[in-house]
Design a protein around this ligand. Structure first.
Ligand SMILES: [Zn+2]
Length: 652
């Protein structure tokens, strides 16, 4: 997943190279059952057999396959039908199957007895927790001692299901048909399917979907049959994946093939631009394969979602979901596509066993992303992305409580969605850069390729990684990295004392130029920007010092037309800056931008700047949010509400 930092601006003053953290930055909420009490320390070698964010008793009974049979109803914003779960009994004394649910209306649970014969099973929903949902407890003693059996759950989702976003046609790029998509990470699969919603176990799945005629249905699976006239589709995913990677999208879509195994889906009005922007996808796959071994998911397609999509991208196997805000016209934002593709190795193939170990997904992916970008676009491009990622990290380290600054958080977060900070992504990536430098690129590349191969289609913990590192790298090259250095990286807050921050000469040049201009040493017309892309603008706008005169912003705007920029990254940065510096002429873009774009990492910073600017700014932000909020994904709203209505739980 690509969320990037929630808090985007990196101001020139006030940030050291090493985040010491501020306890005021993030209060640790009390943890809900079955989590340990508030702020409980997690021991370094805690190899939890149970995922703290799942009720499932998957150590006793494991769901091996889920077969969905669902009708997609845009009028009621519900999915209705059944899921049939094939369950393997691991403990022959166990008589109860526990599944995860959140806000599902369950009608019936039955044991499949061959053919169409069903036997009703006793079931009940346990007490509901706002984050974890409610366990579905099914008495499966009627299945006897069978090692494998299957049950069918009849259910309907609710309109507010966290995984699903239902878009009216007016919220799509074409404005002609409604659109549905899902994002189940981290623990939202349970809001649209009753299952074992844990990254610790994997399953295959299949699906039969009925959607309105004329619309295309896609899933993170192979399409077995598609009838756009009747709206009937069937799918199969024969490789085992964790629940959070099961995905659905329904809308008016066209396909452009890049080659035999990759292509892009997008709304008709977007497909041409998307095909051009992402035409390097086959080269990205080849670049990643050269480093880390064969792509194992057969097909790799992109799905460009409507602008309301809440993320930069989401790495569903076979079908990465991506935001249209990546279409900049100059390929300067395709790093996010590389990121989602990289998850085909780190995350989808080798998966974090629980969200406490999220850095195994996101840190590895951010590192692989850098390496593939370097292969395809050169070292300068890689370094620019690395420095920008590092800046996000520095900014967040200055805000986060120390216990949330380590790769494996020292406390359990109440909601694993709150763990998607720059720490697992960028600190995780910098840790791997550190290991690469310590062991040499050749040895480290071979190690990583072997790691992906060894743990392919498995879910792992940090300790699994450390054991493997010890056996296959540390013991082969003793004395390069000590155990205490590893501990420091993984379990301590901030950055290690011997860490050397990345440097990009290209970005450094921009910093010098902009400071010279602010000092009056050069004229604006002397700033060479003919080949600046998103990275350079992001850096420049992030480096204007606090207190830059609105008059100087006016000069910049006049020269570079920033308020009317067609690049969403530039617009986001510019609007944030304009609000912080009180540059009023940019305000006219605020409402249209915040209504059109739903990507959290591009809008949260703008809301935050408004909320912090003045009481009037906060009122304006609330006013815009009242109009724009219904267009945001359910999982994107809480963080904005927390900014606009701090302490007001009723708004959640
Ligand atoms: Zn990711």
């Amino acid at each position: 997943m690509k969320v990037s930092s929630l808090f985007q601006v990196f101001l020139l003053t006030g940030l050291g190279a090493c985040g010491s953290g501020s306890p005021a930055g993030g209060e640790i909420q009390s943890t809900a059952k079955p989590l340990p009490p508030a702020g409980e320390q997690v021991s370094n070698d805690a190899r939890a057999t149970r995922d703290p964010y799942s009720y499932a008793n998957s150590e006793q009974m494991r769901v091996r396959h889920a077969e969905l049979n669902l009708t997609v109803d845009f009028a009621t914003q519900t999915l209705t039908g059944q899921v049939t779960l094939v369950v393997e009994r691991l403990n022959d004394q166990a008589g109860e199957l526990v599944l995860d649910t959140r806000g599902l209306d369950i009608r019936r649970v039955a044991l499949n007895q061959g053919g169409a014969k069903l036997l009703d099973l006793p079931w009940r929903l346990g007490e509901a927790d706002p984050v974890l949902g409610a366990p579905l407890l099914v008495d499966v003693s009627a299945a006897g001692r069978r090692g494998r059996f299957s049950i069918t759950v009849d259910y309907t989702t609710r309109p507010g299901a966290e995984a699903l976003q239902w878009l009216d046609k007016g919220m799509t790029s074409d404005g002609r048909s409604p659109f549905l998509y899902s994002v189940a990470a981290s623990i939202h699969a349970r809001s649209w399917i009753p299952l074992q919603d844990t990254a610790a176990t994997r399953m295959t799945f299949g699906a039969r979907l009925r959607v309105p005629p004329g619309l295309t249905a896609l899933m993170s699976a192979r399409t077995l049959s598609a009838d756009i006239q009747t709206g009937e589709y069937t799918f199969s995913m024969s490789q085992e994946i964790p629940a959070y990677l099961i995905a659905i999208a329904v809308g008016e879509l066209k396909y452009h093939a890049f080659d035999q195994r990759s292509g892009v889906w997008a709304e008709p009005s977007v497909i041409e631009a998307a095909a051009e922007e992402f035409e390097d996808t086959p080269a990205m796959i080849a670049g990643a394969e050269a480093l880390y071994g064969p792509y194992r998911w057969e097909q790799y397609d992109l799905l460009v979602l409507p602008p309301a999509f809440s993320l930069g991208g989401m790495e569903h196997p076979r079908l990465s979901f991506i935001t249209p805000t990546l279409i900049a016209g100059d390929k300067s934002l395709v790093g996010t596509v590389v990121h989602e593709l990289a998850h085909s190795w780190s995350g989808n193939l080798v998966t974090n066993a629980s969200w406490q170990h999220m850095w195994l997904n996101e840190g590895f992916t951010s590192y692989v992303e850098m390496r593939v970008v370097e292969t395809l676009y050169g070292k300068a491009e890689r370094k620019m992305e690395e420095v920008l990622g590092y800046q996000d990290l520095m900014f967040e380290l200055a805000e986060l409580a120390p216990e949330n600054q380590s790769l494996v958080p020292a406390v359990l977060l109440k909601n694993p969605d709150d763990g998607f900070t720059a720490v697992p992504y960028q600190k995780g990536a910098q840790f791997l850069v550190y290991l690469e430098q310590a062991y040499g690129r050749e040895a480290f590349d071979a190690f990583l390729k072997q790691y992906f191969d060894h743990f392919a289609f498995q879910s792992v913990t940090t300790e699994d990684f450390l054991d493997y590192l010890q056996q296959h790298l540390a013991s082969v090259y003793p004395g390069r990295v000590s155990a205490s250095q590893l501990e420091r990286w993984i379990y301590a807050p901030g950055m290690p004392a011997d860490f050397v921050p990345p440097v990009s000469p290209e970005l450094e040049e921009i910093r010098v130029v902009i400071l010279d201009w602010l000092d009056g040493e050069i004229e604006l017309v002397d700033i060479p920007r003919s080949n600046w892309g998103s990275q350079q603008w992001r850096y420049l706008l992030g480096h204007l010092p606090v207190g830059t005169d609105p008059g100087q912003l006016a000069v910049l705007d006049d020269r570079f037309k920033l308020t009317d920029s067609g690049n969403a990254i530039v617009t986001s940065k510019w609007l944030e800056l304009a609000v912080r510096m009180g540059y009023q002429p940019a305000y006219r873009r605020l409402e249209p931008f915040l209504i059109q774009v739903g990507r959290s990492s591009l809008i949260n910073n703008v809301y935050r700047a408004l909320a912090e600017s003045s009481p009037q700014g906060l009122e304006l932000a609330r006013d815009i949010y009242r109009k724009a909020g219904p267009g945001y994904h359910p999982t994107a709203r809480p963080s904005i509400q927390a900014l606009l209505y701090p302490g007001d739980r009723a708004e959640d």
